[in-house]
Design a protein around this ligand. Structure first.
Ligand code: MLT
Length: 411
């Protein structure tokens, strides 16, 4: 009989968001008339920007004409998109990133999991707690951890606690680690990082020959001009960081699928024989073998994000969700909740009232207000007692959800 990857058996029940969907479906089965408002998974609700749609329609027409038809594209993405990204997202901010260092993909979630393919098995890996669960689960699947222990943590991982006490900014470890996951603006807490804070991480990584996986999927939500959008705004980061970006949350591509990963050419890690190997080469090899690129039509849509019209439309879209976040923060604060994030980020992180556990609050909120959020404990043991509300929804739904919650949980 064939055998399985036993590491999968170490995973806790289901992945967080399908588990939430399962509980909501069960509730709806017994309460079919409930008007559910979903502020759980960070999935966008507003239509694709007009500039992107127009570019994609034109690209569909290109596919209908032999002279402009496209078959397989480059696995790394079309040069015109990679160059545009490098120029507009990085060079315009003073980051020396070249188009050849951009790898276009179908998602930052996939890339942040797949990146482990090119790393060895004996790395010491650090994650914050709470954390985006993909980082942890993909390490479990890859065999980089032991079992889930009685603290709800995986043996072998280094957990860096984040809470209101440290402004949701993990302390730089005192021990040596090899791989570090950082996400700013942060999912789930909505915290942001200053240049000084990221510089401390870059200095640590360089001193310890570590690699930072920097997830900047929410960078478009930064409105404070002093905050960095990319880790490459920090001197030395090209020597120690891989960055993940996405069109999902800025341009509404969660269903369209397009993202990219930046792997600087000078970034290296050690082979078993002690030699230093360029990670760019390995990632290029990995992508050429396991990935056939993002569709031409979608890449044209992504390119339009950088047009003048696209930039204005994306700004309006992001501002719309940020206004939602502001409404959520104001209403919940007014109702007596302790609220964090939601300013340069689409996520609001709150302390559950009356010391309820995260899942108890989830159930109570669902049953009494028909509003869905995400239990903080789903992001790690240190998320227990917290809860995440997403600002991705229509204005009407956000206002209605806040009305229901504030009526139910008056200060
Ligand atoms: C979330 O709700 O945390 C996001 O949807 C995560 C993701 O983009 O995969």
């Amino acid at each position: 009989m064939a055998t399985i990857n036993d590491n999968y058996l170490k995973l806790k029940a289901g992945y967080l968001f399908p588990e939430i969907a399962r509980r909501v479906n069960t509730f709806v089965e017994s309460n079919p008339s409930a008007n559910i408002i979903k502020l759980g998974i960070g999935d966008v609700t507003e239509p694709l920007p007009e500039a992107c749609r127009t570019a994609m329609i034109k690209a569909v027409e290109d596919m209908g004409d032999r002279s402009t038809f496209k078959g397989y594209g480059p696995e790394q993405g079309y040069g015109w998109l990679r160059e545009t990204i490098a120029a507009q997202d990085f060079q315009s901010r003073g980051c020396d990133i070249d188009g050849s260092e951009i790898f276009v993909s179908d998602g930052a979630k996939c890339d942040s999991g797949n990146i482990l393919d090119i790393f060895g098995k004996n790395n010491k890996i650090a994650v914050t707690d709470p954390v985006y669960p993909v980082y942890v689960d993909t390490n479990v699947m890859a065999g980089n951890t032991g079992e889930n222990n009685d603290k709800g943590e995986y043996d072998g991982l280094v957990y860096l606690p984040i809470s209101a006490d440290n402004n949701f900014l993990a302390d730089i470890p005192t021990e040596k680690v090899d791989l570090i996951y950082l996400c700013f603006p942060n999912n789930p807490t909505g915290a942001t990082a200053t240049k000084e804070y990221l510089k401390a991480w870059v200095d640590y990584a360089k001193a310890n020959n570590a690699i930072i996986f920097f997830d900047a999927a929410y960078e478009a939500f930064i409105t404070d001009d002093s905050l960095p959008h990319s880790i490459y705004e920090i001197e030395g980061a090209k020597d120690c960081a891989i960055e993940f970006r996405s069109f999902s949350k800025n341009a509404g591509f969660t269903g369209t699928r397009c993202a990219f990963t930046v792997v600087p050419k000078q970034l290296t890690a050690k082979a078993a024989d002690g030699s230093e190997v360029e990670l760019w080469k390995l990632w290029n090899r990995r992508q050429s073998t396991k990935f056939n690129g993002v569709s031409y039509i979608v890449q044209r849509g992504a390119e339009a994000v950088y047009s003048e019209a696209g930039k204005a439309q994306i700004k309006a879209l992001v501002n719309f969700y940020l206004e939602n976040a502001q409404i959520i923060c104001n209403k919940l604060t007014g109702a007596g909740f302790d609220v964090y994030g939601g300013v340069n980020a689409p996520y609001i992180w709150l302390k559950t009232p009356h010391n309820l556990s995260s899942w108890d609050f989830f159930d109570k909120l669902l049953q009494t207000t028909n509003v869905v959020g995400t239990p903080g404990s789903g992001f790690g043991a240190a998320g227990e007692g917290y809860f995440r509300i997403s600002a991705f929804n229509s204005r009407e739904n956000v206002e209605e959800a806040m009305k229901r919650i504030t009526e139910q949980f008056k200060a």
